[in-house]
Design a protein around this ligand. Structure first.
Ligand code: SIN
Ligand code: FE
Length: 290
């Protein structure tokens, strides 16, 4: 099993030929992690002060930029503004990277949250559901997405050379085949009720129902966690990687100081929509799920 596809890109605006874009999109959409070991993001001198978990407010693990607002950090308005512009610079660079690598995505892509993660990955998780050191696909209880893709760019910016260590699991379809028989059908009316109670931002589709169950079943199956096919990967300080986190089974084991940009992409914006988790699950269940 080869989880990564590595490439020698060194800047955030690479020139990529159309045939290479097509190849890379296929690789990414098949569920590999695109690994850019030489693509770094540097903090400016004045930003070095942000290398500390002390900026996190309360029990938060991530600082995020949503629109113009810095969330999850505490500090003076001036410093938070400076932090916001650092995070925005990452956001802009990662958007230019994706646009250069995958020009067909550009008109469909929605930029979502950008995060700066100054906390140490190791440490007790708040609950098994939030324990991202267990293999999982990303699926969020309050944010049904009806099959829309979650594309993420990650950069390890650790200043003293500490890697971010992940485990990457088996192909999505293999995991889906393994867990689907255990997943109950969505109860009639439950999607409507959760939405009416404002627990979800929109009604959950059957796709969302299955993805949440996949996320949870995988995390609670300790035998699966230990014995399923998987590969440990070290993302070195000063490297970047890109993946569809709703498809790649991943677990964060250790590390500190990372930036992350999330994009949402409708399936129709993919080079190969049939490779999406929605289409795979629809093929396996022989039902429409969204
Ligand atoms: C995750 O997306 O599960 C966590 C990734 C990380 O913090 O490295
Ligand atoms: Fe995750």
């Amino acid at each position: 099993m080869q989880a990564l596809h590595s490439m020698d890109i060194q800047n955030w605006q690479p020139n990529v030929q159309p045939t290479l874009s097509d190849q890379l999109a296929l690789t990414l959409e098949q569920g590999k992690v695109l690994h850019l070991p030489k693509l770094r993001f540097d903090l400016e001198d004045a930003e070095q002060i942000f290398y500390s978990p002390e900026w996190l407010s309360g029990k938060r693990k991530n600082i995020s930029l949503e629109g113009n607002e810095v969330r999850g950090a505490s500090g003076s308005p001036e410093l938070l503004k400076q932090m916001g512009s650092m995070i925005r610079r990452y956001s802009e660079q990662s958007a230019s990277l994706i646009n250069r690598l995958f020009p067909n995505y550009t008109k469909h892509l929605n930029k979502a949250r950008t995060s700066f993660r100054p906390s140490i990955v190791e440490g007790p998780p708040p609950s098994w559901k939030k324990d991202d050191s267990r293999l999982h696909v990303d699926a969020f209880p309050s944010r049904p997405n009806h099959g829309e893709r979650i594309l993420r760019v990650f950069t390890n910016v650790n200043p003293v050379g500490v890697s971010r260590v992940w485990r990457v699991g088996e192909p999505f379809e293999d995991a889906a085949k393994r867990f689907l028989p255990q997943i109950p059908r969505q109860l009639p009316g439950s999607a409507w009720l959760l939405h009416a109670l404002k627990i979800t931002k929109r009604p959950r589709s059957e796709y969302d129902h299955i993805m949440l169950h996949l996320h949870d079943r995988m995390k609670t199956d300790l035998d699966y966690q230990k014995n399923a096919p998987q590969q440990t990967v070290d993302f070195l300080a000063g490297s970047t990687w890109v993946c569809f986190s709703d498809q790649v089974l991943h677990a964060a084991m250790s590390g500190q100081f990372m930036f992350e940009q999330t994009f949402h992409l409708p399936i129709s914006g993919q080079y190969h929509p049939e490779l999406s988790p929605l289409k795979v699950l629809e093929r396996l269940t022989e039902r429409r799920l969204a």
